[in-house]
Design a protein around this ligand. Structure first.
Ligand SMILES: C[S@@+](CC[C@H](N)C(=O)[O-])C[C@H]1O[C@@H](n2cnc3c(N)ncnc32)[C@H](O)[C@@H]1O
Length: 358
């Protein structure tokens, strides 16, 4: 997923630095917490290395993605027959192929459902008269049909909680590729772009083998008081752009809670997920509270040189609680809109990984 602040392209930098500071090697058994988890890419990387991962995000759709990536393992999703038949022994078959093979029946059924005029079609497609153009009419109806059927299957006990999150995470990840936006859901495009015109097909998310972790959907400052572990990775928002406004459509697909909408873009009227890390007024205070209450031996913070907190503020806060240092890497800027709309020039920023050893 093309997510603001995704660490996908910085994974090598993160892994190399964390290994250098902690001395942990792949296969070592330790608790790794990814508490601003977003797409879950960092947590899933550490799960695959052998860690027990704790993940968290304030957005429900991110919780769903992580519920699957961190708490599901192949053995929980397939019957032993399916698992054996899925070619687990064969190195030539990728995990994704095995997953698809083992779940073909339900996947085919969901992709073949008759179209349904549910909340997404009614509110985010042009044909319903909503005035919004986030998905083509057919793709909106297809998304509704799958979302409603998944809920029915889960509530009637026909699918387990593990399968429910597997398919819901897959729905969120798949539908995002058909959104008629420049990249985030802060606005939709007037004309339907090429990738959004294609017929939406549900594809299954990979299943990450490893230890079964634990996922939360809480404000980090509340959660941090109740957990502990070895490595805490922090990747807060860097600027004032709230994730809840930029990903509200995915949030509604995940929750499917018939929210009251507002404005041209159909934002959720009740937004209880505004982050205090997105405000210059509150960020230093919540950041210090977080560091102070974090019961972890190693803490790593990703931030860049254009964030709301200055390098000096971060250094000052982190140094109070142990041995502090930082590492840097040049990074290609996330582009959600055209350069001409931007106040900041240049294609790259400097990414910092701040480290604290208690
Ligand atoms: C920079 S993104 C994380 C990206 C993630 N590391 C990835 O690679 O996909 C920041 C995340 O923090 C979450 N967030 C913001 N404020 C939060 C809070 N107070 N508690 C928990 N999560 C929060 C946002 O919803 C967003 O997903």
């Amino acid at each position: 997923m093309n997510y603001i602040g995704s660490k996908y392209s910085l994974l090598d930098f993160l892994q190399d630095t964390i290994a250098e500071v902690t001395g942990y090697k792949d296969g070592d058994s330790y608790v790794f917490a990814d508490l601003f988890a977003g797409t879950g890419i960092v947590g899933q990387t550490y799960k695959a290395k052998g860690c027990t991962v704790i993940a968290n995000d304030i957005q429900y759709f991110s919780y769903v993605l992580n519920k699957h990536l961190i708490e599901n393992i192949p053995e929980l999703l397939f019957t032993s027959d399916q698992y054996a038949a899925s070619g687990e022994q064969s190195a030539e078959v990728t995990l994704q192929q095995r997953t698809v093979k083992a779940n073909t029946e339900l996947l085919t059924r969901l992709n073949d459902l008759p179209l349904a005029e549910g909340f997404i079609y009614q509110n985010y497609c042009d044909g319903s008269g909503s005035g919004r153009n986030y998905f083509t009419d057919d793709n909106g109806k297809r998304c509704d049909a799958i979302r409603m059927e998944l809920e029915r299957l889960y509530r009637s006990g026909e699918i387990s909680e593990n399968i429910y999150y597997f398919y819901l995470a897959s729905l969120i990840n798949s539908i995002d590729k058909y959104a008629n936006t420049a990249s985030v859901y802060g606005a939709f495009l007037k004309h339907v772009k090429k990738s959004a015109q294609k017929q939406f097909t549900l594809e299954l998310f990979p299943v990450i083998p490893g230890k079964i972790g634990k996922v939360f959907n809480e404000d980090i400052n509340m959660l941090v008081r109740h957990i502990h572990g070895d490595v805490l990775y922090l990747d807060p928002p860097y600027n004032a752009r709230q994730y809840s406004s930029n990903y509200h459509v995915l949030e509604t697909i995940a929750r499917y809670d018939d929210p009251e909408l507002t404005g041209v873009t159909g934002l959720r009227k009740e937004d209880d997920q505004k982050s205090r890390f997105c405000s210059k007024r509150t960020v230093a205070e919540v950041f210090e509270d977080l560091i102070k209450n974090a019961d972890f031996k190693y803490i790593f913070l990703s931030y860049n040189n254009e964030g709301l907190m200055s390098l000096d503020t971060i250094a000052e806060i982190m140094s109070k609680y142990g041995e502090y240092k930082y590492f840097t890497r040049e990074y290609k800027r996330f582009k959600a809109d055209k350069d001409t709309n931007r106040k900041i020039a240049g294609d790259s920023t400097t990414e910092y990984l701040h480290c604290l050893i208690r």
